[in-house]
Ligand binder design. Structure first.
Ligand code: TA6
Length: 301
């Protein structure tokens, strides 16, 4: 399978496809300005490191690996066509099914600045229609270089309007969760999911001293992760997204999850997710499309 992919979509010296020990296919991108890996199952970007950074910017648990039908811990999981628990079906997968089913490669290329572009598509199938009976496809385009851009486009090819929840649920690599602040969401309302679901308003920068699980709503703001230990800032810009999710499981929940990279991998990640969730879910009229875009940039300070 990888021979055909490399023939059709491989780019000499930039993009190749390999079969993982799990039998899943992984795209490896390595160009003059950045490197990344992406599992075709779930169109799941697993890692990204600009050549200017000594440490990866996107975090991947050392306790995770691609397994057919299972989500990978870390990287940038694609949450679609719902975010969080399904509204009515407790047995449906959290964050939707997109991240655990095969996607198809549909295009690859090199950007004018030398960045590598790869697009994958998930089309409706009998399996997906069981959980979501709509004729929609979703494309994910990743553009890997000194910055990382991801564009997630839902195309409603059906005859009914649909409503989706979605997120690029990105795990960022940091030096230590206790030495990190997130700015950009000052004054925004958020649903605090720790200990229930309470609506609050952000006062000042976000810092971390325990489990934090917040869905900031009605905000298109760019966020910045200030990492005092690694002495860098990560800029998280977004378009077509009105929710931002900020999450760290902290120690007790991380230990229960068991795949966060023992003993303290949880200290080296923070999620800043660009989403449309809760009151920001998106209605896509029949025959139209909607795109959520993120662009990440890291700078040493
Ligand atoms: O985005 C934060 C969150 O919804 C948390 O509540 C936690 O469940 C996290 O996602 C991880 O979810 P996952 O299904 O990937 O284990």
């Amino acid at each position: 399978m990888t021979t055909a992919l490399n023939t059709q979509f491989g780019i000499e010296g930039q993009l190749s496809f390999r079969e993982d020990a799990s039998g899943l296919v992984v795209a490896e991108i390595d160009n003059t300005s950045g490197r990344a890996s992406l599992c075709l199952q779930g169109a799941h970007l697993m890692s990204w490191q600009p050549k200017s950074q000594a440490v990866p910017v996107v975090w991947l648990s050392r306790d995770t690996k691609p397994v057919a039908g299972k989500s990978i811990r870390g990287g940038a999981p694609v949450c679609w066509p719902w975010f969080g628990a399904h509204a009515t079906e407790a047995g449906f997968p959290g964050h939707g099914f997109a991240r655990t089913v095969p996607w198809q490669v549909i295009e690859s290329g090199t950007e004018p600045n030398g960045a590598t572009r790869l697009t994958l598509r998930l089309v409706a199938s009998d399996k997906t229609r069981v959980q979501w009976p709509h004729d929609c496809s979703v494309d994910l385009t990743v553009i890997v270089g000194e910055t990382l851009r991801m564009e997630m486009t839902t195309n409603n090819t059906g005859t009914d309007d649909v409503v989706i929840g979605e997120a690029l649920h990105t795990y960022f690599q940091i030096g230590d969760i206790g030495q990190v602040r997130v700015t950009g969401l000052e004054g925004c309302d958020y649903w605090d999911k720790v200990g229930g679901s309470n609506l609050r308003t952000q006062q000042g920068a976000i810092s971390f001293s325990g489990e934090t699980d917040r869905v900031y709503i009605n905000s298109a703001a760019e966020c910045v992760i200030h990492d005092d230990k690694l002495k860098r800032r990560i800029h998280v810009a977004k378009f077509g997204s009105l929710s931002t999710v900020v999450w760290t499981p902290w120690e007790e929940k991380a230990n229960k999850m068991g795949d966060m990279g023992q003993p303290d991998g949880w200290r080296e990640m923070v999620c800043v997710e660009s989403a449309n969730a809760i009151e920001n879910v998106v209605k896509i009229a029949a025959g139209t499309r909607h795109t959520l875009i993120v662009e990440y940039r890291a700078e040493s300070v």
